[in-house]
Design a binder for this molecule. Structure first.
Ligand code: FAD
Length: 187
């Protein structure tokens, strides 16, 4: 397909969640993710209670739980000056921050991303890996790319030109072009 309702650059938690929800609502979605595999980063491992409530509202909660998500139901401040039992006596319950949510949801970052990326595909988004988006710019694509419409050359020499693909949104409003290359493999 050459035209889409929505182009999403980056299939992390945010991009993949958006792609899933929009594709489920009937929009044609192109989701482009640079990495071939999600890295194990300390990032987005802990979804706050109000985020869990949003995930439920968006129909994403079951996906996260099926991928291994679990709730943290209390907060304990352990300290070298306190016996563990004494610290636990002052545990703060975490179920009070959002109705029907027992506490924050924890899930390893790469699993979280992959679960949502797979959900986007299952919802019929075109979801591609190993695609590095180099530019996104307003305008229709043409022989002369809209991204360089004001430049001096009608055939700009892009560094990765041979591997580039250009697409335009065939919509009367807010057309955009984008330029991509195959992302270099990470060691
Ligand atoms: C150390 C750290 C810890 C954090 N811990 C938490 C936490 O516990 N809870 C929480 O809610 N938030 C946490 N955050 C914030 C966290 O970053 C976000 O919640 C979440 O990861 C944001 O998701 P995202 O999809 O917006 O961005 P990202 O996770 O950054 O995803 C962006 C994606 O875009 C891709 N991409 C980038 N450039 C391109 C390109 N040119 N072309 C194609 N693809 C591209 C990347 O490969 C990546 O997959 C933390 C942040 C940091 C830095």
């Amino acid at each position: 397909m050459d035209s889409y309702d929505l182009l999403i650059v980056g299939g992390g938690i945010g991009g993949s969640a958006l792609a899933t929800v929009m594709a489920r609502s009937g929009k044609s979605v192109l989701l482009l993710e640079k990495s071939e595999a999600y890295e194990d980063k300390v990032r987005g491992e802990w979804l706050a209670s109000w985020g869990v409530a949003e995930a439920k509202r968006l129909g994403l909660y079951d996906i996260l739980m099926a991928a291994g998500g679990h709730h943290v139901t209390r907060h304990v401040s352990y300290d070298e000056s306190l016996e563990p039992k004494a610290a636990e006596a002052f545990a703060v319950p975490l179920g009070a921050f959002a109705q029907g949510v027992p506490g924050p949801l924890c899930l390893r970052h790469p699993i979280h991303c992959q679960a949502l990326f797979d959900a986007a595909k299952a919802a019929s988004a075109e979801a591609l890996r190993g695609v590095n988006v180099l530019e996104v710019a307003a305008g229709y694509s043409s022989a002369r790319p809209a991204t360089r419409a004001s430049g001096p050359s009608p055939r700009p020499s892009w560094p990765a030109r041979k591997r580039c693909r250009r697409r335009s949104l065939a919509r009367p409003f807010a057309p955009v072009c984008w330029r991509v290359e195959r992302a270099p493999r990470e060691n």
